[in-house]
Design a protein around this ligand. Structure first.
Ligand code: B3K
Ligand code: ZN
Length: 864
């Protein structure tokens, strides 16, 4: 047993303003692979009488401390530990110069300053600045930064970049060159950035609504310029959109984006200098799928939108993370919707919430969007903080309407610009402009869990009234009732839409009580109730609905989400019934007919047809059960796929022929449907027609969407062509790591008994690399979401993942922690799997030097 101190938790209720303020920072970096010297001069002001100055700092070597030109003496004037530097008797106002040395090459955790693939790069959010130098590493300390970077003038680092505007550059006599940057906007240290390397640079410009000319620079690895154009166009679209929809313009004279190969997450919104995972920058049709393009546009937008919601107005403490992330995801979603396919985007966003956020809320790491307790902040970049956070902002938008919501945003920004704010500040701004009381609505910020809604109705023919009674319950017993916006449609059996006078124009009902009845008049017959249009609240509907009602909604609801959702409910009910009754999966014939008709309809939106055919994933279906029936889920999902392949065969062939016949770059919806069809068709192994279709689609070299769609269909359906196509794809793309990630992922996500052995072999393949997060996500995170193979009865899936987590524990804890999440729901599994996982997690917990990221999650999973 190693004697380790358990990492300590921090609580939201303990927030105290800082005892000192740092007004400005002057940083000098002398870059060196293993011995980078940092000279950090801060102008500091005391806020609290008598307090010591305690600066955060870890994992570097302290060289010297100088206060107002006087060198300080260790032990006498200051003391340092593994994590902090304490300065005694600091005056009211002073300058403090700290010199320290760091080793960027040894930094495999990719947090702080690191060197990978020849590039120096920083990542400071959430608490990584403390790995660079001593500082008050908390988001409510806002300082003005001046940064000078010195590097060897040997051609390896022609670009020396930091936040803000470049003031000067030059060369020294001893073979270095340098660049000096100044960012006039006070910012928290998590937004600091430094990049040094050799890149190709795509240049452009944007003129803001106020007439300011902004220089745009996009840096990519040498040779990748031809794949940078879409990201640049997306940046310009984001800048224009934020002006038009939110009235927000860019504020500096330059905006830079650097794409790097080694990065733990998608991208980072550092002020004026975004750092991006290359995956979210590089895209051309031959090597990137349509979804990749959509992701690039969304992430470029997201980081750009942070300039106001995150940077100009930042967070007071990390418990408020959703203040910037939930709001920025909402802005990103609206941007994507305005740019492209609103209904399709909304449905995809809802799938994320239902599959992943509901899952998180039902498990041991459930937390409110504004959590109360945190051990490792990096564990809180979750689908709850981000995506449920965005749903909460969306509910405010629904309750207030676009106009008042935008007024609320203006109010929030004018009150908080240049400050570190709280979620409470945001809600108050919305309350102030709208006059709407949001006391109860605030529970969405403080209570975790997914509310469960059930609806009953009563029709009285005599006075033509129709009432609906809505009850809300919570999966968390201590929760008080939520304020839930529910948009409804009423539809008659013949498809007529009824809008009673008592119903608000936008169909909005506000549920605030545990149970509440709403009365409507003017009904000649009992209508079908279609609740939760546009998924107006992140809740579960628990009623068992009649198939005939769901079919009516599918046919006639005006809201596309409702039409899609009714089909989803039909699938889920069929799958659950088949598991519970241990019977074969059966779908209502009206549903099959509706799907057949949609596939044959030349005028239907092919994207919507593709989404109607998107059946629940195994993971998604598992969220429907408290005790997860692994084998049952695996069986019924397989059966449903086979059933639809059979029942729709002719229509799938017809739709595939129609949509894949010719390539038009803009026909994203058509390709969605081609890929859906080829995926169902590929389960037919003996059809020459299907084999030809797969080969033909795989040959569409101008479109990675089609090539990869064919490959995925063949591999996932274990079609006889799969092996050959995998080999051809590998030889075509072995020089392109981001494309090879797809090759790794498609194999790791195959629901086949051979997958685990295949993943094991792939860990030794040259396309895999334990040091690069993208490769780990492609192979191992993909496998961790391969439900039936992860949960193999012999425990081999668990062992594979736990071994990978152990290997990454010290090398890259953030990545390790992401792989752990799917294993935490052991309490919902059967006793054999519970025992297997308990043992493995207990063993992991006993590891020496267990990362706090892993410690926190394991403890949570053992807590109740
Ligand atoms: N703010 C960053 C995420 C930082 C994650 C730190 N572990 C990206 C984003 O949400 O825009
Ligand atoms: Zn963000």
């Amino acid at each position: 047993m190693s004697l380790q101190l358990a990492p300590t938790a921090r609580y939201r209720k303990d927030y105290k303003p800082p005892s000192f303020n740092i007004l400005s920072v002057d940083l000098q970096f002398y870059l060196h692979d293993t011995n980078t010297r940092v000279v950090n001069t801060m102008q500091i002001e005391r806020q609290v009488e008598g307090a010591d100055l305690v600066l955060d700092g870890e994992k570097f070597e302290l060289v010297s401390v100088v206060l107002n030109d006087t060198p300080l003496v260790a032990g006498q004037d200051y003391q340092w530990s593994e994590t902090a530097l304490t300065i005694y008797n600091a005056p009211e106002q002073f300058s403090l110069t700290i010199e320290n040395k760091i080793n960027p090459s040894a930094n495999t955790a990719l947090e702080g300053l690191y060197k990978s693939a020849g590039v120096f790069c920083s990542q400071c959010e959430a608490e990584g600045f403390r790995f660079i130098t001593y500082f008050l590493d908390r988001p409510d300390v806002l300082a003005v930064y001046t940064t000078t970077i010195y590097a060897p003038d040997n051609g390896e680092y022609p670009y020396l970049l930091s936040n803000g505007n470049k003031l000067a550059e030059g060369k020294t006599e001893n073979g270095l060159h340098w660049a000096k940057w100044h960012d006039p906007f006070p910012k928290p240290c998590y937004l600091f950035a430094l990049v040094a390397g050799n890149f190709d640079c795509l240049e452009d410009s944007f003129t803001t609504a106020e007439g300011r000319l902004v220089q745009l620079q996009l840096f990519v690895d040498k040779g990748n310029l031809s794949q940078a154009g879409f990201a640049m166009a997306s940046l310009k679209n984001s800048m224009a959109w934020d002006e038009k929809r939110f009235g927000l313009s860019y504020d500096l004279d330059i905006y830079m984006i650097v794409a790097v190969d080694f990065f733990n997450m998608g991208a980072m919104e550092n002020k004026g200098l975004n750092v991006f995972n290359a995956k979210y920058v590089l895209a051309d049709p031959a090597s990137a799928t349509d979804q990749d393009f959509i992701n690039v546009e969304a992430v470029i937008g997201h980081e750009y939108f942070h300039n106001w919601t995150g940077n100009r107005v930042t967070c007071r403490d990390w418990f408020q993370l959703s203040l910037k992330e939930g709001l920025t995801v909402f802005r990103e979603q609206e941007f994507s919707a305005d740019m492209g396919m609103r209904a399709v985007n909304r449905i995809q966003d809802v799938r994320i919430i239902r599959t992943h956020q509901f899952e998180e809320d039902a498990g041991p790491t459930a937390h409110a969007i504004r959590p109360d307790k945190v051990v490792e902040m990096n564990n809180f970049y979750t689908v709850t903080i981000y995506n449920k956070g965005a749903e909460v902002v969306r509910m405010l938008h629904t309750l207030l309407g676009e106009e008042q919501f935008q007024a609320g945003i203006q109010e929030y920004i004018s009150q908080q610009d240049g400050k570190a704010a709280t979620c409470e500040d945001f809600v108050q701004a919305m309350e102030k402009v709208s006059g709407k009381e949001l006391i109860q609505f605030r529970r969405w910020y403080s209570q975790p869990g997914t509310p469960e809604i059930s609806i009953s109705s009563c029709f009285k023919r005599r006075n033509k009234t129709f009432s609906i009674t809505i009850a809300q319950a919570s999966d968390k017993p201590s929760n008080a009732p939520f304020h839930i916006p529910i948009k409804v449609e009423f539809i008659t059996a013949s498809g007529e839409s009824i809008h009673p006078p008592e119903l608000a124009e936008n169909g909005l009902i506000e549920l605030t009580e545990p149970i509440q009845t709403f009365d409507f008049t003017g009904f000649n017959e009992a209508p079908v109730v279609a609740p939760l249009a546009n998924f107006s609240a992140p809740v579960k509907l628990t009623d068992h609905r009649e198939s005939s009602e769901l079919i009516t909604i599918t046919r006639y609801a005006t809201d596309p989400f409702l039409r899609w959702d009714a089909v989803q409910q039909l699938y889920v009910q069929a799958l659950k019934d088949a598991i519970e009754q241990n019977a074969e999966v059966a779908l209502p014939s009206a549903l099959i007919e509706a799907l057949q008709a949609a596939l044959l309809d030349n005028h239907a939106d092919p994207a919507m047809t593709a989404l109607l055919l998107q059946t629940p994933s195994e993971e998604g279906l598992a969220t429907e059960f408290h005790s997860i029936p692994v084998e049952g889920i695996e069986r019924v999902v397989t059966e449903l796929h086979a059933l639809l392949s059979r029942a729709l065969h002719d229509e799938l062939i017809a739709a595939w022929q129609r949509t894949s016949a010719q390539y038009v770059a803009s026909d994203i919806a058509g390709r969605m449907l081609s890929n859906t069809c080829i995926n169902f068709l590929s389960s037919r192994h003996n059809s020459e027609q299907v084999a030809q279709a797969i080969s033909q689609q795989f040959a569409a070299k101008q479109s990675m969407t089609l090539v990869f769609g064919a490959l995925q269909a063949a591999v996932h359906n274990e079609h006889p062509l799969a092996k050959e196509l995998l080999a051809r794809f590998e030889s075509d793309w072995c020089q392109a790591p981001l494309v090879m990630d797809k090759w790794l992922a498609v194999q790791a996500t195959t629901r086949s008994a051979h997958t685990l052995e295949r993943v094991q072999l792939l860990m030794a393949h040259p396309a895999f690399n334990w040091g690069n997060p993208n490769r780990i996500y492609a192979l191992l995170a993909s496998f961790s979401h391969n439900f039936s193979q992860l949960h193999r009865a012999d425990g081999a899936g668990y062992r594979l993942l736990i071994a990978a987590i152990k290997r990454l524990n010290t090398a890259n804890p953030q990545v390790a922690s992401r792989l752990l999440s799917p294993l935490l729901k052991w309490q919902r599994l059967d006793t054999t799997r519970q025992a297997l996982l308990r043992e493995l997690l207990t063993e992991l917990r006993a590891m020496p030097n267990l990362a706090p990221d892993l410690f926190e999650k394991i403890e949570q999973s053992f807590a109740d």
